[in-house]
Design a protein around this ligand. Sequence first.
Ligand code: ZN
Ligand code: ZN
Length: 288
Amino acid sequence: MTTTAEPRIGAHCHGGLKGAVKTARAIGAQAIQIFIGSPQSWKRSPPEAAVVDRFRAEVVEHDLGPVFVHGSYLINLAAQRPPILGKSVASLAWQLRAADRAGAAGLIFHPGSAGTASWDEALPKTVRAMEQVLEGYDGACRLLLETCAGQGATIGCRFEEMRDIMDALGRDERIGVCWDTQHLLASGYDVASRDGLEATVSAFDREVGLDWLCAIHANDSKVPLGARRDRHENIGEGHIGRAAFRRMLLHPALRPMPWILETPGFGGKGPDRESITLLHDLSRSPVA
Ligand SMILES: [Zn+2]
Ligand SMILES: [Zn+2]
């Protein structure tokens, strides 16, 4: 098998705009994912211009990137309670603009949960909220919907739901999709097996289109196929396994993606150098 250019392997790096470059360099991450502001708070905390400028300069200086920002965990674009919906729209809107100023390629977020509502009710609400977030926005940073693990009534655990959202938004090029390998397995897409991976890639291409895939969260899974829970594990220590990550890293549709680790880390302190090196090694080894 011929392998094209090496994939960019990165990680969620703690430290935000001020410290993430240091973290990335310490563990050998190329691509970087950060939070801007607290992921568990509604507090609006746009960063200072000097901090943003310094971050951008350091990313260039050390040949890092692409950069992604992970949105707040509180966001729910299908919230049934108006105050939560309004806060979610406002929060995602400022985070998208801050991520764009920081030079990020994408703001990755979890669309939310429909609660007791049906998909038919949740869809227009989610779409309307995304339209509001994108209103007047013409930045280069894309708003990326992350595939979810399927817990509760979360949105975006089926590719058909992603398709519905994207179709309703007229295939707006300001949006895109981020895969999370653990979430895919948990929501019933068998990325761990050879046939399952092919079926998953085909289903995504049919419903959404591979052109819309912009990044991959590379996480093994503490829980088995279809368990519908969000539980990340170190690569090779979960239900996905090393062989499956090797297949994914060598897959022509997935290889060119930025790969971002969000694992517990072999030392228990988050993605580490060993985790990054392992993905690099797997991306170079021939398919067994
Ligand atoms: Zn996420
Ligand atoms: Zn997760």
